[in-house]
Design a protein around this ligand. Structure first.
Ligand code: GLA
Length: 684
């Protein structure tokens, strides 16, 4: 792996900034904002998001003078603009004149104007209008010296149940099934409950409250279609930007593991991936698992473009206003959150929002500059600290992270699991199971890529594929090739149950993965969480030993070629295998047939880390709640150590390091205060 070029040669440092809405304020604030931005170390401002009506107050009549002034002022003060296309908030005149552009909700009722992201992305008129305004923006600002990047729309989300969308969906299905309704009926097993379609036009958009939910393959395809429709909406909107300004990078801000859009489908079409991170800082102190969860999402965004640095496009400087309860970030937490993003591969720390608005739905949302507050507020000072930090660590921009471990998290698998009626209705917990496997690695300072089931696995030593319920064609083959080539695969219960159309494999559970794991799966016992089963492991060559507890999912499996590592106890299927290991080619495939406790997962992964010689970022053990990652540039390796606890920790240092955050040389021991962060380089 090699270090990456900065996102833009115009600003080859960490980007520090955020959503900026000067149009909400009297003009004199603009100059004051520049002074404050200098104090906070801000170098970019995201402008134009939701500003369509300020740009085009009447159809075809443009008022860009205010934006010209903002762009010019930013430039004059040495700052850059991430300029948004405004499609996330249609102007009232547009909704009024073209009501068919408004979204139809799941209740099949067309929405009235209001709110945001309330448009129908299948509406031809809305597509035409968004392309038009993007063209005007590209022509007007394409050569502006302040223009750094395009920010297309904002947080694409939701679903659109309009007739235009239904027609587009039917066309999408015709393409998928080569115009054969018989193929669709067969793939969806529609004879069940008499759901056979005899005409394409009978197909309704699935979903509650009124429509089809029983044809699960259809629901899965509806999710796929929605992602494709969003991507095509994005492509339409960004086409003029690409054509008129081919050298200006383009992105759109995504939302973590948000279920409504498969980020893997969007990633190839943006120049850099970006996401908005809003963890709920409501536990005091925020617990380890919450920090690990944010780290895991960062790792996903780093993985989306093969390790290329991503952008933390938004986070709150203090608190969000839309959680049921939301503690303020306590002192130090903000810095930790910002540097955690950088540690996991972000080349920016950006906020929603720069200046707190006096009205509207987000008037209580955190902002860098509070109402009637300048540079002396606690929040401002914490943001300014991040600004200083980012300057100190500037040399790390473009740095990569090499991971030997990958966890497969797949959006389509998530949809299929969600859509399945059974084997449990609650606690299916696909995402949480992935996080359960991420946690012990995060705690040990081991870098992990989060990939989907289509990923090239050849560079990894260990691949963990929790609950890989649905297998698209080619996935089983890729997993087998990975193991044969010497890789170690950990698979779990509820894997390989259905094909890409949500049909159970004809050869039974595990389907095309049976030979790889060397087992068959006969049935799955879905147990109440408190109905635990013992999983007993006698010491084996992996070094695993002990009695662990399983709950919720326990499969009854039989070995064909695998050896048994553990058995169930205290249940009617006692003595049957619970964990197996199958050697295939040069590698091994481990199968965990039940949802086991955290102690087991941690123990298994630690043993594998030792066996496979997987390197931790740190040469020393990390105390609980302290994590570590590494980014590498041409200048060497940079070790980030992050204390997510409120305790002070002293870590032994095996050598002499440069603390990049203050350019001091340290040796022997490192003191990490509450929420403390260190960035160490061996190059002193
Ligand atoms: C999202 C949006 C922003 C703002 C923030 C804070 O990330 O993109 O416009 O609403 O949430 O709530």
């Amino acid at each position: 792996m090699k270090p990456f070029l900065p996102i833009s040669s115009k600003l080859p440092v960490f980007w520090h900034g955020g959503d900026y809405n000067p149009e909400q304020w009297p003009k004199e604030f603009l100059v004051e904002d520049m002074r404050l931005m200098d104090l906070a170390g801000i170098n970019v401002a995201t402008v134009g998001v939701f500003d369509w009506v300020s740009m085009e107050p009447e159809e075809g009549f443009y008022t860009f003078e205010w934006l010209d002034e903002v762009m010019d002022t930013l430039h004059k003060h040495g700052k850059f603009a991430i300029l948004a296309t405004p499609s996330a908030a249609p102007p009232a005149w547009l909704s009024r004149k073209y009501p068919s552009t408004l979204r139809v909700g799941p209740d099949r009722v067309q929405q009235l104007h209001g709110n945001r992201v309330n448009y129908d992305w299948s509406s031809p008129i809305y597509r035409e209008k968004t392309r038009e305004i993007a063209t005007v923006l590209a022509e007007r600002y394409g050569n502006h010296p302040a223009l750094l990047m395009w920010h297309v729309s904002n947080e694409y989300g939701g679903m659109s149940y309009s007739e235009a969308s239904r027609q587009a969906f039917i066309q999408w299905l015709k393409n998928k099934f080569n115009d054969s309704l018989d193929a669709l009926n067969a793939a969806y097993w529609t004879k069940f409950w008499g759901h056979t379609y005899t005409d394409w036009d009978q197909i309704q958009i699935p979903g509650p409250p009124y429509s089809e939910t029983a044809v699960q393959g259809l629901t899965l395809d509806w999710n796929r279609f929605t992602t494709d429709e969003i991507v095509s909406f994005y492509m339409n909107e960004s086409e003029p930007l690409r054509r008129i300004t081919p050298n200006v990078p383009i992105t759109t801000n995504l939302m973590g593991f948000y279920g409504g859009l498969n980020a893997w489908k969007m990633a190839p079409h943006v120049d850099v991936v970006a996401w908005d991170s809003y963890p709920q800082f409501s536990q005091e102190p925020m617990n380890e698992r919450s920090w690990a969860k944010v780290a895991m999402v960062h790792d996903l965004y780093r993985s989306l473009k093969g390790g290329k640095p991503f952008l933390l496009m938004e986070c709150t400087p203090s608190s969000s206003n839309w959680y049921p309860y939301m503690n303020l970030k306590t002192p130090g937490m903000h810095r930790l959150e910002g540097l955690q993003a950088v540690a996991h591969g972000s080349d920016s720390v950006m906020y929603f929002q720069w200046r707190q608005c006096r009205g509207g739905q987000e008037k209580f949302h955190g902002a860098v500059v509070g109402i009637n507050q300048g540079e002396h507020s606690r929040i401002f000072q914490e943001v300014a600290t991040v600004g200083t930090d980012l300057r100190y660590i500037e040399e790390i921009v473009g740095g990569f992270t090499k991971a030997d471990v990958a966890i497969i998290y797949d959006w389509e698998v998530a949809w299929a699991i969600d859509g399945a009626c059974g084997p449990v209705q609650k606690s299916k917990g696909y995402f949480d199971t992935c996080l359960d496997h991420y946690m012990p690695l995060w705690q040990a300072g081991i870098s992990v890529d989060i990939v989907n089931a289509d990923a090239d696995l050849s560079g990894y030593k260990l691949v963990i594929a929790p609950m890989l319920y649905m297998l698209r064609p080619g996935v089983a083959e890729r997993l087998s090739a990975f193991v044969e080539g010497g890789g170690t695969l950990v698979g779990t219960y509820f894997s390989g149950y259905v094909d890409e159309n949500d049909l159970i494999f004809q050869n039974g559970f595990l389907g095309p993965l049976r030979d790889l794991f060397g087992i068959t799966v006969e049935e799955i016992d879905a147990r109440y969480p408190q109905q635990t089963v013992d999983v007993v492991i006698d010491y084996n060559e992996l070094g695993l030993d002990g009695i662990f507890q399983a709950n919720t999912f326990c499969e009854r499996i039989h070995t064909t070629t695998a050896e048994v590592l553990a058995e169930y106890a205290g249940v009617w299927y006692s003595s049957e295998p619970a964990i197996t290991l199958n050697r295939v080619g040069n590698g091994q495939a481990i199968y965990v047939a039940s949802r086991n406790d955290a102690a087991f997962t941690s123990s298994l992964l630690h043993r594998l880390v030792i066996q496979l010689d997987i390197e931790s970022a740190t040469p020393f053990n990390l105390p609980e709640g302290v994590s570590a990652t590494k980014r590498t540039t041409e200048k060497g390796e940079f070790l980030f150590i992050l204390n997510t606890t409120v305790e002070t920790h002293w870590l032994p240092l095996p050598g002499t390091y440069r603390e990049v955050l203050n350019n001091q040389v340290i040796s022997e021991s490192l003191e990490l205060g509450p929420y403390g962060v260190a960035v160490l380089s061996v190059d002193v």
